[in-house]
Design a binder for this molecule. Structure first.
Ligand SMILES: Cc1cc2nc3c(=O)[nH]c(=O)nc-3n(C[C@H](O)[C@H](O)[C@H](O)COP(=O)(O)OP(=O)(O)OC[C@H]3O[C@@H](n4cnc5c(N)ncnc54)[C@H](O)[C@@H]3O)c2cc1C
Length: 320
């Protein structure tokens, strides 16, 4: 099947995210850990360019198969693609994983995704190691035809007025951090800390505006979070006043039982605070992110309505 000539269906203006067939147009080895995949397809000019940490889903083919062998009339063309996906037999159901939209080029009907390799432990990373130009996947992305306003899936939602920002994460959050740094207002102030496996991975990052200092820490062979935690503690000490003895005691989040995810917004996706002296965005492996959130809120007294924290993955656990 020729991906480029397949006629896309008419999309409903009421649906924020839609599945689209995509083909690998280019692959760039960005650094020791990152591969950048440029995806193209007949509908990709309608991918909304929301930037920041816009997330989307990828459905990867089961090894040895091509995604176009699946019933695309329901998986790509229908509004109930998720129901159709769930009903597929385990043996053929394409694994679904979450990624960040890196750069959108509607004029070329393309967008990029930066995938951090972590061996053959999971279907996404294994696909990224083996993929070639022309390989096909299904992406579920925010589309420009949606008329309902905010698409969702962007968790950088700071108060309209913020003093300083702290942005922190591991390599899985690096594409999101880049998207945030590219879009921060020119006058933003604060610190961004990114932990990566290898020092060359800094090449995958965008540069921040002048008032935001970017610190990249390489953890080498040590456990994820080993370099991130002390670097974020140090950044917090620089950005915040002395620890607050009356700081809130947080209820524990059991990261084995559920998702570690809290974005302080209301039902419309608007920030809970109009104004704050400090705002933190933390994303990456659940354990260090949980520890960093505890440090900021319980030890340093940061208002929890000014801290967004997201467990992007869990050690030893597949995404689903
Ligand atoms: C909102 C959001 C945005 C994300 N954006 C990106 C992105 O742009 N780029 C990116 O690379 N990742 C991103 N991630 C993380 C990515 O979804 C996970 O790493 C995912 O688990 C990879 O799927 P997999 O099939 O390779 O591994 P899975 O099948 O999910 O897991 C298999 C095993 O691999 C381990 N594992 C998973 N990820 C890693 C890792 N990075 N390092 C070491 N071990 C790992 C798991 O703990 C498990 O033991 C994002 C996650 C979220 C929630």
């Amino acid at each position: 099947m020729n991906t480029q000539t397949r006629t896309p269906p008419k999309r409903s203006p009421d649906v924020a995210f839609v599945p689209m067939l995509a083909e690998v147009a280019r692959i760039e080895v960005v650094s020791a850990t990152f591969r950048r995949f440029t995806l193209t397809g007949p509908e990709l000019h309608t991918v909304a360019d929301n930037r920041f940490d816009q997330r989307f889903k990828i459905l990867f083919p089961v090894p040895g198969s091509d995604i176009t062998e699946l019933p695309l009339d329901v998986l790509v063309d229908s509004d109930d693609w998720y129901g159709a996906w769930r009903e597929l037999d385990n043996a053929v159901r394409p694994p679904m994983r979450t990624y960040t939209v890196r750069t959108v080029r509607p004029e070329a009907s393309e967008f990029d995704v930066d995938i951090a390799l972590h061996g053959r432990l999971g279907p996404a990373s294994a696909w990224a190691l083996d993929a070639s130009v022309g390989d096909r996947i299904i992406v579920c992305v925010p589309h420009t035809g949606y008329t309902g306003g905010f698409h969702g899936g962007v968790d950088w939602r700071p108060p309209a007025e913020v003093g300083r920002v702290l942005i922190a994460g591991d390599e899985t959050a690096l594409p999101a951090v880049s998207g945030i740094l590219e879009r921060l207002p020119a006058g933003a102030r604060g610190i961004a800390v990114v932990e990566v496996p290898d020092a060359t991975d800094a090449q995958a990052l965008s540069q921040p505006p002048r008032g935001v200092e970017l610190r990249v820490v390489a953890r080498g062979d040590t456990a994820v979070g080993t370099a991130l935690i002390p670097a974020v503690h140090a950044a917090a000490a620089e950005l915040l006043d002395a620890p607050d003895a009356s700081a809130a005691v947080l209820e524990d989040v059991d990261i084995d039982a559920g998702l570690l995810w809290e974005v302080p917004t209301d039902a419309q996706g608007d920030p809970l605070l109009a104004k704050a002296p400090f705002y933190a965005w933390l994303a990456g492996e659940a354990q260090p992110i949980k520890e960093l959130r505890r440090h900021l809120v319980s030890e340093r007294g940061v208002d929890r309505k000014a801290v967004a924290f997201m467990g992007y993955w869990r050690r030893g656990r597949a995404e689903m």
